[in-house]
Ligand binder design. Structure first.
Ligand SMILES: [Zn+2]
Length: 1087
């Protein structure tokens, strides 16, 4: 069976900028592993340090070791010290993980030191695991950003160390739960195995009893064996055995081996260690176990560790021949599992939610710090804009430095204490600073690129008015605005301004733009010189009242439709105020008046009648003429006149109206307070969601509604209290409803923390089943009070059923083929606790710490007031036999909301109408056709004259059979209008290995994987074991040359591909199967 060889790859992939010294012998990778013994328990000691990229201290404070009063941690000293100790003895090993820190440290080293370190890496003594910029979170992080930061971290390692710097093991030891989509990504990125620290305590117990802590995990049913990865859950998370922490941060005893010393302890230490080995070995399948020797910011003095580990190895091996203690690495451990010939269990679901005990469900962080989570998502949006524009416009080296700021900033944001919202407040502020700097630096890149594109046909640069205009550095000033806060200096204060809208999608789209304004009438002129239809909408009074920190004089928004926005292209508009009579310089005083926020206590009345009853009521009232209704020719939202809440949504297709009873409410849970001494006293906090009661409270039973109707958009401005309101909105021609919630400042005068949800209740028979996305990609089935691989004891009926919603959550009524999708604009926690219901947690403000280390309550404030969060849920409802089924509609909508057009503002002072008219005001970056099921995931400058290109088929096999789920073909040759493609070479997903060099280990499993996990997992499913087939079978994976899913594929019926192009007929023509992502290094020339 062992036909694959594990010789280290001798070729350096890509042009590496600094090669390891030629004289250094390359013996890294599996060749450098210390030998194991078949007749002994091989104990793999893995020395490591867990260096959070920000948590209690900022990234820089951790790196430099400042603010040690908070936490004695300095990463620079760790790396200094470890390198010294590794040089002393070639037997020693160390694994390093976070490229964000290693890059910082590397840039501080001199040539001699670098030479030494390259040697250590080349000899496999210093190994990288994970290797992404940070150790990303797996719940709130979006796959787009995870992939970017994995690529960026691995590229640094590849550039610096070549093949020996390529991590072979994934190392996700601290994230709070693990996602299936990331298992897929680790596998496709060429990792041979994945090691995890935290899994649910019940899951761990069950797996320990049945020796199933190690398994073959399938990341994607669509991609099959290509997405499998060997996965191990470690015995002690990532800590050393109790009593064996030899760190300056610890108080454990060193090994004292002088027999004359009164403190001689070798016998005791060896005995204790062997006892631990015995315990650990009893729950694993093979005669190999991994023991992590390290912890958070350990090894600032590595001598302590190595001196004691050297002794430990010596004495244990001397005294117990049945144990072989050795220095090892994660990769060497995976290799030993491979060599063991064991037969492994399989896994196809994920590791969410994570609970560390009965009352500690780590499901609060899915929502913690909602405004930061939104900002991070926008950061990704702008990073893609910036990368694309750079790649298409041939900018200079300095711009690359600016681009890298946002690349690295977004890498930091994915860290499992950043995007999660589980860091201290000061650190959160610093993350915002880092992201803001990255965005501002990238804005310079965008301005230069846009100026280049816009000036193509213009005389702009020859304008002799300014000497600067001849300078190459000249660029058209463009700014971004906080449109989420309805504020924008340029649109509010200028009578004339330019709005340039850039579309980062590979598809043409229509999009509505909203500009905050202070005037009354405006003309918007398009690139073709025509007047664009507009509507002016008053900013909701609730927004003016609640968003106290808003720095704006705008009281209205100018709405217009940008039609047919080109692919990777832009359209520019000139906006002129036509009635300059009154600029409101200040808000009406009533807006500034702070209404009593003590009201909430009386407002928080129990929901005294079930939402289902409301549905009945509203249904019977649908014919009521007085019903408040907004909508368009496709979708209508009707308010229930009795309750003031939404009562139903109607969908109109082919003149046929289908009405779905639907109630939407804003409610809140009261967060549990407690001293955290024992599990029952656990408080709700940044990590943990623990409501006092399973029944949330309604803020009011009498919302106040105001209707706004116009040609382009219809809205209901709905107020629940002085801290909770929303706008329900339907744009013309749009088949979905927006619920723009505005929550805060959450009142805490009653000393009770609150966790606010938006809840949608329908009459669907969803049979306790719902679906949530995995990191914005595949949808996973969830069943109330159930887990796929063990019988769940339910101790927390609400939070134990919360799952991460990175982009969407849905329920179905199988009998009537109805589905409801709710899409989010950031990561949130969500669930379906009752049949027909969906809830999403939008904001939380808590007064107690939950005792998992952050030592602060999640009580975010701004200017002394509780933080206000504003966001949007996009609701899609319909039937599976609709022209565009809700699932297909939702997937396309989610993409357009993830990568929204960038709206850039230029003051009319910088660009007159006349000057603007001379510009190229419309640009299309993609000149050929991109199939509708293909997403242009990545276009970024790579090395030399190459760009990195990723194309993704974003439908699953079963999403749209015989239509969008069909394979797709793309001809790269004529794809880009600005780039002439010279050569194309495919890489692995993370772009650090040529695809032709990819090898996969083969593993033998106890059973076959289910063809579709979501189909097998049902409410009556026996969760004791995921046993589907009885016969063991060998899974074969022979590189990626032959796609494992070629057999049985749907090659016929390409109903949207007019022209059939044979594969391999043209080297620039590539094909994509459902959920496949292909990554290419493309050499280009600018056209
Ligand atoms: Zn951590």
């Amino acid at each position: 069976m062992k036909i694959l060889s594990f010789v280290a790859f001798s070729i350096f992939i890509f042009v590496i900028e600094s090669r390891p010294n030629e004289n250094v012998k390359q013996t890294c990778g599996y060749d450098s592993c210390h030998p194991t013994k078949s007749d002994a328990i091989n104990v793999h000691l893995v020395p490591h340090t867990h260096d959070d990229v920000g948590w209690l201290k900022t990234v820089d404070q951790y790196y430099y070791g400042s603010r040690n009063n908070i936490n004695k941690a300095g990463v620079q000293y760790i790396l200094d010290s470890v390198v010294d100790e590794l040089i002393k003895d070639p037997v020693r090993r160390f694994v390093y993980v976070e490229s964000a820190y290693f890059d910082k440290w590397w840039s501080d080293q001199n040539d001699q030191r670098r030479h030494h370190v390259k040697r250590l890496v080349a000899e496999g003594r210093l190994e990288f695991a994970g290797g992404a910029w940070s150790m990303n979170d797996e719940a709130a992080a979006h796959y787009h950003s995870v992939l970017d930061q994995l690529t960026w971290g691995l590229r640094f390692l590849n550039d610096t160390f070549g093949e020996c710097g390529r991590p072979k093991a994934g190392w996700q030891i601290d994230p709070f739960g693990h996602s299936r989509e990331l298992a897929n990504m680790w596998s496709l990125s060429g990792f041979d195995g994945l090691l995890l620290g935290r899994v649910d305590y019940q899951d761990r117990r069950r797996r320990s009893n049945s020796k199933e802590l190690e398994m073959l995990w399938r990341g994607s049913d669509d991609l099959g064996v290509g997405s499998d990865i060997m996965t191990g859950i470690m015995f002690n998370t990532y800590s050393p055995p109790p009593g064996f922490c030899f760190d300056i941060l610890c108080t454990d005893e060193p090994i004292i081996d002088n027999p004359n010393s009164p403190d001689y302890n070798v016998d005791k230490m060896v005995e204790n260690f062997l006892e631990y080995v015995n315990d650990a070995q009893s729950v694993y399948k093979t005669n190999n176990i991994i023991i992590t020797m390290g912890g958070d910011f350990t090894y600032q003095n590595a001598n302590l560790w190595y001196k004691n580990m050297d002794k430990l190895i010596k004495y244990v091996n001397e005294r117990e021949p049945k144990v072989n203690l050795l220095y090892s690495t994660p990769a060497c451990y995976i290799k030993s599992l491979y060599d063991s010939n064991a037969i492994w269990p399989v896994k196809q679901d994920d590791f969410f939610p994570y609970a560390s005990d009965e009352h500690a469900y780590w499901t609060g962080y899915f929502t913690s710090r909602p405004t930061f989570k939104y900002y991070e998502r926008r950061g990704n949006n702008f990073l893609q804009v910036c990368k694309q524009l750079y790649a298409m416009t041939n900018l200079n080296a300095r711009d690359k430095v600016d681009l890298n700021m946002l690349r690295t900033a977004m890498g930091i944001m994915q860290h499992h204490d950043a995007i999660t919202g589980t860091e201290k407040q000061n650190v959160a502020k610093d993350y915002e600073r880092i992201l803001e700097n990255g965005i501002q630096d990238c804005l310079v890149v965008v301005q230069e690129a846009m100026t280049k594109l816009m000036s193509e046909k213009s005389e702009l640069y020859e304008t002799p008015s300014s000497s600067e205009s001849n300078s190459k550095d000249y660029y058209l000033p463009m700014t971004l605005c906080q449109l989420n806060a309805s504020e924008c200096v340029i649109s509010e204060t200028n009578d004339n301004f330019v709005v340039t809208v850039y579309n980062p999608l590979g598809h043409t789209i229509d999009d509505y733009i909203r500009l905050p304004i202070a005037g009354n009438t405006y003309d918007v002129t398009s690139a073709s010189g025509e007047k664009v239809e507009t509507q002016i909408v008053a900013i909701s009074e609730n927004v003016l009242n609640q968003l106290k920190t808003r720095n704006s004089i705008a009281t209205k928004e100018l709405v217009f439709l940008v039609e047919k926005l080109p692919r990777l292209g832009y359209k520019s508009f000139y906006v002129q105020k036509t009635n300059s009579s009154e600029i409101q310089t200040k808000r009406p005083s009533t807006y500034n008046k702070l209404e009593s926020r003590k009201k909430h206590a009386s407002e928080g009345t129990k929901l005294n009648h079930e939402s289902r009853n409301k549905i009945k009521n509203s249904h019977s009232n649908l014919s009521n003429e007085q019903s408040l209704t907004i909508g368009n020719e496709y979708i209508q939202v009707s308010m229930d006149p009795n309750t003031g809440y939404v009562g139903s949504i109607s969908q109109i297709e082919n003149n046929k109206t289908t009405t779905f009873p639907l109630v939407q409410e804003i409610l809140f849970y009261e967060g549990m307070s407690g001293n955290n001494n024992v599990s029952e006293n656990r408080a709700s906090g940044a990590y943990i969601f623990r409501p006092k009661s399973a029944e949330p409270l309604l803020i009011t039973d009498k919302p106040i509604n105001k209707v706004v109707k116009g040609k382009l958009v219809e809205e209901i401005h709905q107020r629940f209290s002085d801290w909770a309101s929303q706008i329900i909105r339907v744009y013309r021609d749009r088949g979905y409803v927006e619920f723009e919630w505005l929550i805060g400042p959450i009142p805490i005068e009653d000393k009770v923390g609150k966790e606010v949800i938006s809840r949608f209740t329908t009459d669907f028979k969803s049979e306790n089943t719902f679906y949530t996305d995995s990191n914005g990609r595949q949808l996973l089935k969830r069943i109330l009070n159930k887990r796929p691989t063990w019988k769940l004891d339910v101790h927390e009926p609400v939070s134990g059923n919360y799952y991460p919603v990175t982009s969407m959550i849905s329920i179905k009524d199988e009998s009537s083929k109805k589905s409801l999708f709710v899409l989010t604009d950031r990561s949130q926690g969500g669930s379906s606790l009752k049949d027909g219901q969906i809830e999403l947690m939008v904001h939380r403000r808590l007064l107690h710490d939950d005792a998992f280390g952050v030592e602060e309550a999640l009580n975010e404030t701004e200017n002394g007031l509780g933080l206000v969060a504003r966001g949007t849920h996009y609701l899609v409802i319909g039937k599976d036999d609709d022209n565009v089924p809700p699932l297909v509609f939702s997937k396309i909508l989610a993409l357009s909301k993830l990568l929204q057009p960038a709206v850039l503002f230029t003051s009319g002072d910088n660009l007159t109408m006349l000057e603007w008219k001379q510009n190229k005001n419309e640009f299309n970056g993609i000149s050929s056709f991109l199939p509708p099921n293909v997403h242009l995931l990545t276009l970024e400058p790579w090395k030399g004259k190459s760009v990195l290109l990723r194309l993704e088929h974003f439908f699953q096999k079963k999403d749209s059979p015989d239509a969008l789920s069909n394979p797709a073909t793309v001809d790269l040759e004529q794809l880009f209008s600005k780039l002439k493609i010279l050569s194309v070479r495919e890489t692995n997903l993370a772009a650090n290995l040529w695809k032709s060099d990819m090898n996969k280990m083969e593993w033998t499993t106890e059973e076959d994987m289910a063809e579709e996990f979501n189909d097998k997992y049902n409410p009556d499913y026996d969760s004791e074991r995921l046993r589907i087939f009885d016969e063991p079978s060998v899974l074969m994976m022979n590189g990626f040359e032959k796609s494992p899913y070629t057999v049985g594929r749907r090659d016929k019926n390409y109903n949207f591909l007019k022209k059939k192009i044979k594969r391999d007929e043209n080297k620039f023509v590539i094909s994509l199967d459902p959920m496949e992502i292909k990554t290419f290094v493309v050499e280009v020339e600018f056209r």
